[in-house]
Every structure is written in structure tokens, then in C-alpha cells.
Design a protein around this ligand. Structure first.
Ligand code: CUA
Length: 363
């Protein structure tokens, strides 16, 4: 089952061998728990359907009128055993479903719940200067912590810490997380907030939806032992380009993830061959909204471009990132993503070429 527009399938075809968004192909403990529950509920509903329809069809056949009309059939007024049965049986089925649903909810959220208690303890300790935990580094438990900011219509990722190491870099639209291993579980804790309106974070193969609400951070844990590319979609209507607020989560083997981290932690490439392009970029109003670490571009309103060329897509997963699409985007973003908040700046073809040259060096 595919919920996403056709072009996504194209983008995914290179690295994903299966339908990348199917809820019936879970790749994480929480999405597996949700699929099992859904299958159980569908099975019970199907059984009830068969029983009810079966009795209905049998009765229609068994008590059909065979001879000439003989007035009204005998009237029956109530039967206590039958009424007790058809009240108690549905009641027990509902109770059973409530119990298994509660268990699944608990499984999906237990980590978030225990995490909340830990955070609350940490905050309490921080207010107590004598506490040994007051300035504790994050625990080296394999956890990746990322703050996610939903924006119209893209995702900002602020990498906070990983396995006890502080990170502190910002990227956009393509989330990389480490794959979990049997001997060392590696989970990712996303703290979701919004800069504007309500969004919803949903990567079907990795878990359920989580609302992204301005001023009300929610926590979502991701964990998968299967490296690969997982696609998702903003699942709460948030304006013109809601349908193109796409999610890309790359679950990397731990060593590969470390390499990616090193690349992102490094300062922006300063290629002398692209000096003219760098100058062109820095002299335009690009710098008011975009950030390139280590340069005068310190805007925080639009995606961080420090390692733009290391990303596979542009415009929150809409188009492949290459020189041609980058040039189109800079020329007029509205042609690719109508309604997006970046206007066409009417740059000369020469400036555009120089800026594309420069941005293409930012690996
Ligand atoms: Cu963001 Cu819909």
C-alpha cells in the first residue's frame, strides 16, 4: 500500500528494494506492535462479520416463504437467554480489545514514559547546584538525541548528542540514525516541536504518528535494526505544501553513521575554486535566511546549507539534488514548490551559476 505521490517512488527506487512506506512491512518494534494489533482487530471484526452475515443468510433461506401467503408468521416476544448472550458476548469482546490496545500503547510508549521520568529528575538536579548530576554529559547508552522542528514545509534537525557525545549541528530534511544492534541497542529520541502550525511526524515503517505542535514538545522514539531508507510524510494538514512535506529517514549501520556524523560535524568546505561563488552567495540576501557554518551566512529561518551537497534531495524530498534542480530552485523555487516561503530573487544567470558552483562544493 502506497500513500505517497509517484515521484517519491522514483526517488526511493535507488536505495529501497521494497515499498518504502507500507504500514504492513514494519521495520521497528513499535510499528510491529501496531501491525500485530491491527491484524488482531481485523481478524476479530472479520469473524463477527462472518457470524452475523452467516446467521442472516441462513435465516433468510431457512424461513423463506414456500407456499401461498398464510398471514403473519408467529410473533416471539423476547428470550432472556438470547438477550443475555448477545449483550455479554460483545461486552467481553470490547473488554478484550481494550486490554490488548492498552498493552500495545504501553509497549509503544514505555520508553517515552521512562524517559520523561529521567528528564524530570535531571531538571530537578540541575536546579540543585550541589548535585553531582548538575552538569552531567548525556549518558553513553547508544542513544541519539535530535530536536526536530516542523516548519512550513520542511523539517529541521538539530543533532544534540549521541552515545554520550555532544554534537550541536543542524541539518534539514534527511534524518540519519544509527541501526540498532543485538549487543548494543541504539535508539533515537526525537523531541518534536513546530515553528509555525501543527504538523505530524509519520514514518510508517518505523512507528506511529506523533503530533508536532508549536510550544508543546512531544517525544517520539525510533529504533530499527534494519539499515535502509525509510520514507514518510507530514500527516497533519499544514497549508499549501503539506503534501510535499516529505520525510526521509536513513537508518545507517553504526560505522557508516559515525562517518556521516564526522562529515556533518566538520566545518563547511572552503574550496578555493569556488571562491567567486562563495562571494556571490554571501553578497545576496540568501544569508538572511540560510546558515553556512563558518561564514557570514547565519540565518536560521531556512534550511542550514553547511553540507547541502551531502543531501540526496531538495525541497524536503521533492526533487533529486543535482546542479540542474539546484539552479531551477534558485531561479524560482515557486516552479518546484508553489507557495513555499522562498521567493524568486531574479538573480542573473551568471550569479546563479556561481552560487550553484559554490553550493555543489558543500559536501
Ligand atoms: Cu506539515 Cu502537513
Amino acid at each position: 500500500m502506497c500513500y505517497l505521490p509517484g515521484h517519491l517512488g522514483l526517488l526511493a527506487a535507488s536505495s529501497a528494494d521494497v515499498v518504502p512506506t507500507s504500514i504492513f512491512n514494519p521495520a521497528a518494534p513499535s510499528s510491529s506492535a501496531i501491525v500485530s494489533l491491527a491484524a488482531l482487530v481485523v481478524a476479530i471484526a472479520a469473524l463477527i462479520f462472518c457470524v452475523v452475515e452467516g446467521i442472516l443468510i441462513y435465516s433468510m433461506w431457512r424461513f423463506r416463504q414456500t407456499g401461498p401467503a398464510a398471514g403473519e408468521p408467529p410473533q416471539v416476544y423476547g428470550s432472556q437467554p438470547i438477550e443475555v448472550a448477545w449483550t455479554a458476548a460483545p461486552g467481553m469482546i470490547v473488554l478484550f480489545l481494550v486490554l490488548v490496545t492498552t498493552r500495545t500503547l504501553w509497549e509503544v510508549n514505555s520508553r517515552a514514559a521512562s524517559d520523561e521520568i529521567r528528564e524530570a529528575t535531571l531538571v530537578a538536579h540541575k536546579h540543585d547546584p550541589g548535585s553531582p548530576d548538575a552538569a552531567d554529559p548525556p549518558p553513553a547508552d547508544g542513544t541519539l538525541r535530535v530536536n526536530v522542528v516542523g516548519r512550513q514545509w520542511w523539517w529541521e534537525y538539530r543533532y544534540e548528542s549521541y552515545d554520550g557525545r555532544q554534537l550541536g549541528f543542524i541539518t534539514a530534511n534527511e534524518l540519519h540514525i544509527p541501526a540498532s544492534e543485538a549487543d548494543k541497542p541504539r535508539a533515537t529520541r526525537l523531541l518534536l516541536d513546530s515553528a509555525d502550525v501543527c504538523h505530524s511526524y509519520w514514518v510508517p515503517r518505523l512507528g506511529g504518528k506523533m503530533d508536532v505542535i508549536p510550544g508543546h514538545p512531544n517525544v517520539l522514539w525510533l529504533e530499527s535494526a534494519e539499515p535502509g531508507l525509510y520514507l514518510g510524510q507530514c500527516a497533519e494538514y499544514c497549508g499549501t505544501q503539506h503534501a510535499n512535506m516529505l520525510l526521509r529517514v536513513s537508518v545507517d549501520p553504526p560505522a557508516e553513521f559515525e562517518r556521516w556524523l564526522e562529515g556533518q560535524l566538520a566545518p563547511a568546505v572552503d574550496d578555493p575554486g569556488a571562491a567567486a561563488g562563495r562571494q556571490a552567495f554571501l553578497s545576496q540576501s540568501c544569508v538572511n535566511c540560510h546558515r553556512i557554518r563558518g561564514t557570514a551566512a547565519v540565518g536560521s529561518y531556512a534550511p542550514d546549507l553547511t553540507h547541502l551537497a551531502s543531501r540526496q534531495t531538495l525541497a524536503s524530498g521533492m526533487v533529486v539534488n543535482n546542479r540542474q534542480t539546484l539552479d531551477q530552485w534558485i531561479d524560482d523555487p515557486q516552479q518546484i514548490k508553489p507557495g513555499c516561503l522562498m521567493p524568486a530573487f531574479k538573480l542573473s544567470p551568471r550569479d546563479r551559476r556561481l552560487i550553484v558552483d559554490y553550493l555543489s562544493t558543500l559536501r
